[in-house]
Write a protein that binds this ligand. Structure first.
Ligand code: MLT
Length: 404
């Protein structure tokens, strides 16, 4: 008997962004004189908004005084933060979410990976293709994905839902009936958006087949078109079939601070069991909450100054995304995204594979992006650039790309 979780051995290579990080590190070590511009991983470049940084220092001083010291936080988050979330993210959009339906976490990645814990290993999982790798890799590590078919580049037991130019990067309902469906809109990596009618269609479909949707709304702050849904709960019936994940990383620059939350409605039942109750159990067992300082920082995002200051940052990144989109178009590239999401999804030129284009860009323009095939087989022939760099670097990267 092997003592290890052999599913870890099945994952080909390491996590996509770790692989890219290593490649760039090797290149930099061999070419120390080159100035690399990183538009790969979606990490923010602006500092925290002033009101957030001030709130964090104030909160940390409070921890230094016995009257205002805080020990273990509540597993599901402090009331003050959950109240701000309910008011601003949901009530303001006509959505009624209860405080006991919100679970504050240290960023959406962990819950993206861990939500699978409350579902059977026998569940059939449907993922978009291309997709944020965490959904796939975490199911693979749990043993739910089957075997990795190297030649095809996909897992035998997952249901892949192609997101292509032909379907506008919104998947069709799968032929095989899934138990769990991961959806992320605005989308990472394609930068595509979903209309309210399309999302309502997914909610109706999930209810019809008895599936649970895990909806990742990490990029909702980047929606610029009116009428697009910011939350799946804007759709009728979603509270009976969907879990929603949110992050403070992209709308408020918390990639290094770590804060997010997951909504598990109390009306969401699976096999007659409340998923809210199961998730609470999960959090109590595996998680000790988010620090007081970080939750105070989160609450500052919802203050009037916080809203103004973070909206400015989002606008800054969207300006970058627009520059990339328009700049690449002017060079003759076919591009998507960059309108309701900070990601631009471009077709690689000259039939280059995604990784060939990655190397070409790194070596000739010293610009780092993310190969589309790293997000799934239907990402082959595409490449992702992010708007999260500085404006100056974004302009410089485009100039370099234009020149090659
Ligand atoms: C990305 O680049 O896709 C994201 O930043 C990765 C993440 O949010 O974990």
């Amino acid at each position: 008997m092997s003592k290890i979780n052999a599913n870890y051995l099945k994952l080909p290579g390491s996590y996509l962004f770790a692989t890219i990080g290593k490649k760039v590190k090797d290149y930099t070590a061999a070419n120390p004189e080159k100035k690399i511009i990183r538009l790969g991983i979606g990490d923010v470049s602006l500092p925290l908004a002033p009101v957030i940084a001030q709130e964090m220092s104030q909160a940390s001083l409070e921890l230094g005084a016995s009257e205002t010291f805080h020990g273990y936080p509540d597993y599901e988050g402090y009331d003050f933060l959950r109240a701000a979330i309910i008011e601003n993210d949901y009530k303001a959009r006509g959505v009624d979410i209860g405080s006991d339906e919100i679970f504050v976490n240290d960023g959406a990645k962990c819950d993206s990976a861990d939500l699978g814990d409350i579902f059977s290993l026998a569940c059939k999982v449907a993922v978009c293709d291309p997709v944020y790798p965490v959904y796939v890799d975490s199911n693979a590590l749990a043993g739910r994905a089957g075997e990795f078919l190297t030649e095809k580049g996909y897992w035998s037991n997952l249901i892949y839902m192609p997101c292509t130019e032909a379907n506008g990067f919104v998947p069709e309902y799968p032929k095989e009936t899934p138990d769990l469906i991961y959806l992320c809109f605005p989308n990472n990596p394609t930068g595509g958006a979903i209309t309210k009618e399309q999302l309502q269609g997914w909610v109706d479909y999930a209810k019809r087949v008895g599936a649970v949707i895990i909806f990742d709304a990490a990029y909702e702050a980047y929606i610029s078109e009116p009428g697009l849904p910011h939350s799946i709960y804007e759709c009728e019936g979603a509270k009976e079939c969907a879990i929603e994940m949110r992050s403070f990383s992209k709308n408020a620059g918390f990639t290094g601070v770590r804060l997010g939350f997951t909504v598990v409605p109390k009306t969401l039942m699976c096999d007659g069991v409340s998923l809210n109750t199961l998730w609470m159990k999960h959090q109590e067992t595996k998680f000790n909450g988010v620090s007081y300082v970080v939750q105070r920082a989160g609450a500052a995002v919802y203050t009037p100054e916080g809203k103004t200051q973070t909206a400015k940052q989002v606008a800054y990144y969207m300006k970058n995304a627009r520059e990339i989109r328009e700049g690449l178009k002017a060079c003759g590239y076919t591009v998507y995204g960059g309108e309701n999401a900070p990601y631009v999804w471009l077709k690689t030129p000259e039939r280059m594979t995604s990784w060939e284009f990655f190397d070409y860009l790194l070596e000739n323009a010293n610009v780092v992006g993310t190969p589309g095939s790293g997000f799934g087989p239907h990402g082959e022939g595409f490449f992702r650039l992010t708007g999260f760099g500085s404006y100056e670097n974004t302009k410089a990267a485009l100039e370099r790309i234009r020149s090659i």
